[in-house]
Design a protein around this ligand. Structure first.
Ligand code: F6P
Length: 596
């Protein structure tokens, strides 16, 4: 029997997926499991891609089901209660802005969301004539906002160094560490530092796995695992000295791609919490569950409104896919914070799909002064770090071709002459010009929800385009770049899934490709993971190459030739999966992945 619905929902979410059943890919945390909804994503057409990702996103709002494993969900009472407890701590800080700070930190998308939320809430304070009291940290600094640098997520000590710097002289700090998978060493070390300095810090962990599924492998140069830090925090939650906000939102549409649901849920949770804190800070009344629910429902409504446009989103997916298939580019040009969403989306395509930095790119139109910690790290740093209107006009416009797609993102609120000017210039070069415009009347969405709606659409467009390009196998991004420890272990897990071989054999195969043409010595085998990653991060198609080697028992060279002469990576792998005499892999024989 399904659990009783406690709240009136804006959207009806589908029945719970079997990922909630005990034993479904039991050795993987929720954030790394493959979502049963998108199992056939690689064979879907644009309309189906949008439908499948819509269903995945709807799981964010699904309620706890007592009949199943009983994961906490967004609307669970314990989650709402934790939010209320954190809010009262945030309010203490808001009341004493001179001596206090709210720090949001993370790697990759989590760091970019820390940036976006900081920008929004400091602006809100400025509008009220108050001092800014938010700041952000992203692994790798401001450059990582535009171009991903996943390796730095592994640097525990760097995390602490950055945190110390921004908090110098502060008497009270609310530290919000975001790691969707409860996995980034950069964030683990920062939380650990806070736990050792509880007189100043209130550590808050935001992520989407239960603590028992937090990463537990050794962190290089550090004494604890992420799980150990999270367990310490869990013990302190009762005395309100630390908090963990970790509802389950279900596996990602593309396995492990936490930029999607993880990123969206981070935005929903943190904006709801902070908005509620600001709304009630000067009132005598305490924040209620009802107030939180009202805000959360506006996000749920945004999901419904967004996907009323599914047909148009599917057309965008198709066009972006065509551009990528023809080796052309997709540009997303957004006004104000919609530009930040565009930049986020583009930057994530690099590690997610092994894409080139110019395949999918975001640009921010409008004033960006006072946004960044260190703007100098981004301005005039060359084509790779281009992100602004000036950059778009100088570096992209002149070389735009008829095969490129340009998508404009804006709100219908009076800045249309600016938009029109740019559209005219772009249209001289390509007819593939599209607009995603948010209404200010009728199906109107408030700012935060407009941003989320944009994020959902862009995630779908860039993911769908890469599916059409043949980068995805089932719902796995087989061509991920092996550029940090989490991605190294995800690569091993993908190899196991599709070959059915042991972890040891897949790891050996991965190392062979990474070090090719060098022969694997014992010294190489026993080197620190960071050494393997430093080499792998510079190479292309490491995972698909290894997969072919393992499936065909062939050399790295032969695998590379097969990939080069195949219409797509997916086609090359499928041909090898179907090669005569090959033993069936785990993914084909056991969809629950139990034998991994
Ligand atoms: O390493 C790349 C990446 O997987 C990004 O895609 C993601 O945004 C980032 O790591 C952070 O992941 P998490 O929020 O789980 O720490």
């Amino acid at each position: 029997m399904r659990g009783m619905k406690k709240y009136r929902h804006v959207i009806e979410t589908p029945n719970p997926g079997k990922w909630e059943l005990a034993g479904y890919e039991a050795n993987l945390p929720i954030s790394e499991k493959s979502n049963p909804i998108t199992r056939e994503l690689d064979k879907a057409d644009p309309v189906q891609i949008v439908q499948l990702l819509k269903e995945c996103d709807a799981e964010i709002f699904q309620e706890e089901d007592e009949a199943l494993l009983n994961y906490k969900r967004l609307y669970s009472e314990s989650v709402l209660k934790t939010m209320i407890d954190i809010i009262s701590k945030v309010q203490e800080v808001l009341k004493d802005p001179d001596n206090t700070l709210i720090v949001l930190s993370g790697g990759g998308t989590s760091g970019r969301l820390a940036f976006l939320i900081t920008v929004s809430f400091n602006k809100l304070l400025k509008g009220l004539g108050q001092l800014p009291c938010y700041t952000y940290i992203i692994a790798g600094g401001d450059r990582s906002l535009v171009v991903s640098q996943e390796g730095l997520e592994d640097c525990a000590l760097l995390g602490i160094e950055e945190l110390r710097k921004v908090c110098e002289g502060k008497k009270k700090v609310v530290f919000i560490g975001i790691s969707c998978g409860l996995s980034a060493p950069f964030v683990a070390a920062q939380l650990d530092f806070c736990l050792n300095n509880l007189d100043i810090f209130l550590p808050v962990l935001v992520g989407f796995n239960p603590v028992s599924m937090a990463r537990n492998d050794r962190i290089e140069g550090w004494h604890s695992t992420f799980r150990q830090v999270a367990e310490r925090m869990q013990k302190l939650q009762e005395s309100h000295k630390a908090f963990i906000l970790n509802p389950a939102v279900g596996p990602e549409g593309i396995s492990g791609s936490s930029r999607m649901k993880g990123g969206s849920a981070t935005k929903i949770l943190l904006e709801t919490l902070l908005l509620a804190a600001h709304k009630t800070v000067s009132k005598e009344t305490d924040i209620s569950e009802k107030c939180l629910l009202e805000i959360l429902r506006t996000y749920e409504r945004a999901h419904k409104v967004t996907y009323t446009q599914s047909k148009k989103i599917a057309a965008l997916v198709k066009q972006a896919g065509t551009s990528l298939q023809k080796k052309a580019c997709v540009y997303m040009v957004g006004w104000h914070t919609l530009g930040i969403i565009a930049i986020m989306d583009g930057a994530e395509c690099i590690p997610t799909f092994g894409a080139d930095y110019h395949d999918v790119r975001g640009f921010l139109i409008g004033d960006h002064s006072e946004m960044f910690n260190k703007e100098a790290d981004l301005i005039a740093q060359g084509s790779q770090f281009a992100f602004s209107q000036e950059d778009f006009v100088k570096m992209v416009l002149p070389s735009l071709t008829a095969l490129d797609t340009v998508l404009f993102l804006f709100t219908l609120d009076g800045e249309l002459t600016e938009v029109e000017k740019l559209v005219v210039q772009v249209k001289e070069k390509t007819s593939n010009v599209q607009a995603l415009s948010h209404a200010t009347v009728g199906q109107y969405l408030p700012k935060f929800q407009r941003e989320l709606s944009t994020k959902w659409i862009l995630n779908t467009v860039s993911t769908g385009a890469h599916v059409l390009k043949g980068k995805i196998l089932h719902n796995h991004m087989v061509d991920l770049r092996v550029s940090n420890s989490k991605l190294f272990w995800r690569a091993v897990s993908i190899l196991q899934r599709f070959t059915g071989h042991s972890q040891a054999r897949c790891q050996e195969g991965l190392l062979k490709t990474i070090y090719d043409p060098e022969v694997l010595s014992d010294e190489i085998r026993s080197a620190e993971l960071s050494k393997h990653i430093a080499i792998a991060a510079e190479k292309n198609q490491v995972v698909p190459t290894t997969l072919l080697c393992l499936l065909r028992n062939c050399s790295v060279q032969e695998a590379q030739v097969r990939l080069d002469t195949s219409p797509s990576i997916r086609a090359a792998i499928e041909a090898s999966l179907n090669a005569p005499g090959r033993k069936r892999g785990a993914d084909e024989s056991d969809p629950t992945g139990r034998n991994m």
